[in-house]
Design a protein around this ligand. Structure first.
Ligand code: SAM
Length: 323
């Protein structure tokens, strides 16, 4: 089992499979988009498989595919099949904006994806257009329904809560989810080096809870392992979770490493420290030597981020590291 110097067990790897995205969310990337990596610098499926296999030998059990937009990666189903066959990987999940999910949900399930999170921050198509630059709200919405139909069980819906943008939609999200096996997740807006961020736009978890309490009762769910503070909506199959990286830092519970699409292990989302694993993989490194690269990333994992103190020390936009 991988554990860091602070005693945290690390069993979760988030894998960004591409830096490309079909949205231009203003809270996630600069208006001009991100500078895309050269094709030859992106990890191949074989590279990713080698890294995940090495991680699995060290106790990584859970892998989440993210991006960019992971469903834009050509041949993604082949990667899913490869990763789901790795011994030790017990949970293979996906985070997507949902736009391409309608046509892919069944195939993703058949290939081995077990759980899906869809990011959708508004139920109003015109607001979606204003925030993301895209007319595809309906496709994203239908992607959630397709995932429910495909039988993934509970489908999580990620909502970044932004004051002045979607704070008047909290009750609408609850109504949308209430009759479905949806896990709503309200995520605090993080200052990850983006000019769109202003402290006044951050909508804290306690405020969202107050807004929700106006329409439904939330019953606490005991889930010690989750970084989200989770509740069941009384009388409904839906749950609501709050992810509060700023108002209630969960770094003590952090169990993850990230792999960027160009092959760097990132110990923490909010710091710029990275360890190159692409070069070792491509030079044929394997076994103990490759596992040592994981240990190096772990050695550099900070005890906690300092975003809440205004310290934003990142080298990449969220759009590249997968949130
Ligand atoms: N394209 C995929 C998607 O839309 O889910 C995966 C990548 S996206 C960067 C992953 C998650 O990061 C999304 O749920 C997104 O809303 C979230 N995210 C992006 N910027 C954020 C920010 N500044 N604060 C909080 N969450 C953010």
């Amino acid at each position: 089992m991988l554990a860091d110097q602070y005693g945290r067990k690390i069993n979760y790897l988030r894998v960004s499979v591409t830096d490309r995205c079909n949205l231009r969310c203003r809270y996630c990337m600069p208006p001009e988009g991100v500078l895309l990596k050269k094709h030859e610098d992106l990890l191949t499926f074989e590279d990713i498989e080698t890294v995940v296999r090495a991680g699995a030998e060290l106790g990584i059990e859970k892998v989440r595919l993210t991006g960019g937009e992971p469903l834009l990666r050509k041949g993604i189903l082949d990667l899913v099949k490869k990763l789901s066959a790795i011994p030790g990987i017990k949970d293979l999940a996906l985070t997507t904006n949902g736009i391409l999910l309608g046509s892919m949900a069944n195939d993703l399930k058949a290939a081995g994806i077990m759980r899906v999170n869809v990011s959708l921050d508004t139920l109003k198509p015109e607001r979606f257009k204003q925030m993301t630059g895209s007319d595809d709200w309906q496709k994203a919405h239908d992607g959630i329904l397709a995932a429910l139909d495909a039988g993934f069980g509970q489908v999580k819906m990620n909502v970044v809560a932004i004051a002045g943008y979607n704070d008047d939609e909290i009750a609408d999200f609850i109504s949308f989810a209430k009759d479905k096996p949806i896990g709503l997740r309200f995520i605090e807006f993080m200052p990850v080096g983006n000019a769109f961020w202003e402290s006044s736009k951050m909508l804290g978890t306690e405020e969202i809870k107050k807004l929700i309490a106006e329409s439904v009762k939330l019953v606490p769910v005991n889930n010690k392992n989750s970084i989200a503070d989770e509740y069941q909506i009384e009388g409904s199959p839906a749950t609501v979770g709050f992810i509060s990286p700023l108002s209630d830092k969960f770094c003590k519970k952090c169990n993850r490493l990230r792999l960027t699409s160009d092959g760097f292990l990132k110990p923490c989302l909010a710091t710029k420290t990275e360890v190159n694993i692409r070069v070792p993989v491509r030079s044929g490194m394997a076994g103990t030597d490759l596992r040592r690269v994981f240990y190096e990333a772990l050695r550099l994992k900070p005890s906690c981020h300092k975003m809440d103190q205004g310290v934003v020390d990142i080298a990449r936009h969220m759009a590249e590291v997968g949130g």
